[in-house]
Ligand binder design. Structure first.
Ligand SMILES: Nc1ncnc2c1ncn2[C@@H]1O[C@H](COP(=O)(O)OP(=O)(O)OP(=O)(O)O)[C@@H](O)[C@H]1O
Ligand SMILES: CC(C)(CO)[C@@H](O)C(=O)[O-]
Ligand code: BAL
Length: 280
């Protein structure tokens, strides 16, 4: 496996691959890798000759300085995992390499960013849009792999690909969970033992809420019960609990056809903010 820190060296490597008609899969990450990320590598390996994983904690998508500072950085261990997973190349640039000049471009995703993560983290999707566009231009992948765990991010990237005519296929991969249901996430490492023990309630409440909706309970009652459940666990501070249309991400008052609905949650456990969702 090759590790690149400069755009130029990665491009040289990929130019050779493209000349040999190799197909390229890209998995953009912020590192501190876990089995969720490895599932994206596996998906890419089945679809492409070459799998490139980027590891870059992108400062422009953080609106909270402490979150950026404390974001786990474990590049050496990440490279071992990627090598074992059969990844072809890692791109791990410095901030200066990715942003030789501060980006002035502003990307506004309209209504897609007016809710949930976009509303709670102003500027977040502008930063995601810029860095992902740069990665697409640098790597020129045939396929790009993203996790459903970041459901709103998937909608934003889908729009980015359409609006800027990126010539690639977006592949959305299912959320990989711990055995107790907690969605794998790099930020889980920041939880203390007590918080880690409580964290699976997020998935439990998501599942109960989904089942209640499918059983015909009104959306507003399900939202009320979920708020009550979170309020009953003092370690949690709920940021949002939304029942939305999976395409528009707008709140819905009653559920629609199969696979058109989603429940999305963001909740703080101490200083750590976790997100999760279920599509049904
Ligand atoms: N549990 C998971 N299952 C599948 N894909 C995942 C999972 N967690 C993250 N991903 C995907 O991996 C890619 C990189 O995500 P990222 O590096 O931010 O990891 P993360 O674990 O989501 O970290 P955090 O949520 O703490 O920022 C994204 O497309 C994300 O959706
Ligand atoms: C897509 C991404 C790597 C862009 O920095 C990030 O938002 C993430 O890890 O999901
Ligand atoms: N997984 C989304 C990246 C972020 O939280 O900034």
């Amino acid at each position: 496996m090759e590790v690149f820190t400069s755009v130029k060296s990665l491009r040289n490597f990929l130019d050779q691959q493209i000349l040999q008609q190799k197909t390229i899969g890209l998995i953009p990450t912020m590192g501190a890798l876990h089995e969720g990320h490895i599932s994206l590598i596996e998906a890419s390996k089945t679809d492409n000759h070459i799998t490139v994983c980027s590891v870059f904690v992108n400062p422009t998508q953080f609106n909270n300085a402490e979150d950026l500072l404390k974001y786990p950085r474990t590049l050496e261990a990440d490279c071992v995992m990627l090598e074992n997973a059969g990844c072809s190349a890692v791109f791990a640039p410095s901030v200066e390499e990715m942003y030789p000049e501060p980006a002035v471009l502003k990307i506004n995703f309209g209504s897609l960013e007016s809710v949930m993560e976009g509303a709670s983290r102003p500027g977040h999707f502008n930063g995601v849009g810029i860095v992902v566009s740069k990665l697409f231009n640098i790597v020129r992948p045939h396929h790009a792999y993203f996790g459903q765990k970041d459901l709103q991010q998937v909608s934003v990237i889908r729009r980015l690909i359409t609006d800027l005519a990126f010539d690639l296929k977006l592949v959305v991969c299912p959320t990989i969970r711990e055995t107790d249901g907690l969605a794998m996430s790099s930020r889980n490492r920041r939880l203390n033992d007590e918080e880690r023990a409580i964290a699976p309630h997020i998935h439990r409440i998501l599942t109960t809420s989904k089942n209640n909706l499918l059983a015909g309970k009104p959306v507003k009652d399900v939202i009320k019960s979920a708020h009550g459940e979170f309020a009953g666990i003092k370690e949690f501070t709920l940021d949002y609990f939304e029942v939305v249309d999976v395409k528009t991400l707008m709140s819905i008052e009653s559920i629609g056809a199969e696979d058109s609905n989603a429940i999305c949650i963001a909740a703080f456990l101490g200083p750590v903010r976790l997100i999760d969702n279920v599509v049904f």
